[in-house]
Write a protein that binds this ligand. Sequence first.
Ligand code: MRU
Length: 368
Amino acid sequence: MNVNGKHYRTIWIKENDPSTIQVINQIVLPHEFAIMDLRTVEDFRIAIKDMYIRGAGLIGATAGYGMYIAALTSPENEFESFIEESGKILAATRPTASNLVWAINRQLEAMNSRSIRAEKIKIAHETAIAIADEDAEFCRRLGDHGKEIIMEISKRKKGETVHILTHCNAGWLAFTDYGSATAPIYAAFDAGIKIHVWVDETRPRNQGASLTSWELGQHGVPHDLIPDNAGGHLMQHGMVDLVITGTDRVTRNGDVANKIGTYLKAVAARDNNIPMYVALPSSTFDFDLIDGVKNIPIEERDAGEVRFMTGKTVDGRIETVQICPDSTPARNWGFDVTPARLITKLICERGVCDASESGILGLFPEKK
Ligand code: MRU
């Protein structure tokens, strides 16, 4: 998508330097737009774990490039053990998004199909690019499917503005391009449908406030930032036509893990008869799991993210402040699981389906 009129993806190989991967540094957004270089497996580990990059699709794409860099920087005689260890290091960074392990396994399989080191590096390079390109293409396609849903609602409202609520950032910053929840939004906006987005701030890391607001603003999509707890009130007053979120992992039966707070939005949406859509590329399915509440690993992050907030002061300095008493303990779960029964439909690159095993396998029959 565009930043100040120039097209960017979130990750790419540096021009004329195949040993450097560049990413948009998401920690300093929205106050600064900065590019970061990743050259070693350790750089990739820190970038994913400390959330310089984040979002399910981008975590996967970054792991894909990380495995390519692992191959490139591997010691001459220890290729296999170095690659295996690098895969383990990257897989341990964040537990919830299924795209991470999916991308690492895809790279391991690709490299295992070659016998000579130079060929392994070559195929790791090609696979990293393929993962990133597919991610963008799948998001673009699911955007077209989701646009149809928004268009239907717009027709029903006789062209009046369609109000969409979204949580966290499942935008192009969370993928390599387009986003998942935002892809239908951008496609509808570009098609001239009148839309408006309610952006949940998404405590504790505020990905909605800092990233989704920034993205939508760059693209000119009308939006308002709202506190996390406002959604239910807006739904009760007819101010939300649909909810669209992304997801970090969807089980075989359609349970959805997404940023903490998504479940409460789904409950409120159901209580108010508002459709709740979840958009995802197929790399986010975990076909091996059923019962998301029991089985999806939920990341618990540092309590400091709850106890402190970072932002811009009135005189323009970036500061971190403590928002609770010095001795207050805190807990910080990054995700929650919305049971399939609360999801109206899933929006994927192959089309729209029920959040159920039969609905999902209808689109992905090869997983039966
Ligand atoms: O912790 P993050 O920022 O990596 O989590 C991102 C989310 O949970 C988003 O809500 C999103 O829907 C999943 S990424 C497409």
